[in-house]
Design a protein around this ligand. Sequence first.
Ligand code: FAD
Ligand code: GLY
Length: 375
Amino acid sequence: MTSTFDVAIIGGGINGSSIAYQLSKRGRQVVLIEKNQLACEASSAAAGMLAAQAEIEQDGPLFQLALKSQAMFRELASELYETTGIDIEFVQKGIIKIAETDAIAEEIKKQVTFQQNWDPDIKWLNAHELHELEPSLSPDLPGGMYLPNDGHVMPAALSKAFAKAAIHFGAEILENTEVLSFLYEQERVIGVKTTFGDIHCHQVVLATGAWAAQLLQETGIGITVYPVKGECFSVKPETPIIERTIFSDKRCYFVPKRNGEIYIGATQVENTFDKNVTLEGIAALAERAIQLVPQIKDARWERVWAGVRPQTGDGLPYIGEHPFKKGLFMAAGHYRNGILLSPVTGKLVAGLLEGHPDEHLLSSFRIDRNNKMVH
Ligand code: FAD
Ligand code: GLY
């Protein structure tokens, strides 16, 4: 097969699909190339929290990017529903970041003051207020930070909605097609070599999540992107026991979905692409979950799963243009927040490819910020 497109996007996760949507909406001829199936990796393993302020505790480029993306979800949900009929199940009932000890409570109270700079509705809840709002939480908890405007979505639905909307605007999707290398004309990338033949195009976007370093290596740039496995499980109580997302720390949170399921995540296992779920991981998670929400022990077991988060050496995603291979761009390394960041990633990359980059937002995410040349 030899075909020509304006843009080839490698990787059919949520970020590749969001970029495909934004570019095809702007009239570009796009092909999205996925080695397995759309959203088969991290993008369907995620819990779907849009937890900019629960996950990121300091101001900085990632925090600002996350806030910007978070603010896009309400409009995006209706836009995607109108175009595709897919409901991404955007729920905006808030997140409570709970403290498990008095010492952690003091830390979180400082975060409340900091986070109120961005949302004055955020407040500290003492033990009494916490239990009034979420009576199923353990009575031992001293309190928590309440972020009433936060929310969550169904990650696989969002990913599929982006892809379906991209198709609506003319994009082509190639599943079960692996990109093996780039095609070059001198220092310009002019396409990709795949397991089903060459595809020619004017621009290429690498959006391959935890696999991003591998293809980039051949272009003479060594960046650090590595997998961090996360295991999750879900249960379904007979009647709802929590209404809001409960976030204890990065290793234990509860996300109550619209269908009554509660997603409980997640472990953090570095440097493995193995998606097997271990009894050790799930047992530890279940034990903590029961401590924090004791009633959860009676809920019906639903399922377990795992996925690999794409982490980078400095914790920031790579979103930008290749420093010396013209026509090559990258959007990968979104680690724990790739669902949250997908709307803004799509828009930023589309702007970049169209020749009007948002330099201010993009400057911290450049590909060459800390790379090792491998010429
Ligand atoms: P992926 O979804 O990994 O997609 C990359 C795709 O590229 C894959 O489909 C892969 O098959 C394909 N690919 C790779 N190499 C090639 C090649 N050579 N040719 C063709 N295709 C290729 N984020 C949040 O915002 N909120 C959450 O609550 C949240 N919870 C999470 C919970 C868990 C347990 C995990 C694991 C992650 C969670 N995340 C969350 C993080 C989020 O899932 C990721 O950051 C996001 O899905 C990354 O999306 P991506 O499109 O960049 O990568
Ligand atoms: N953001 C939740 C997770 O990565 O587990």
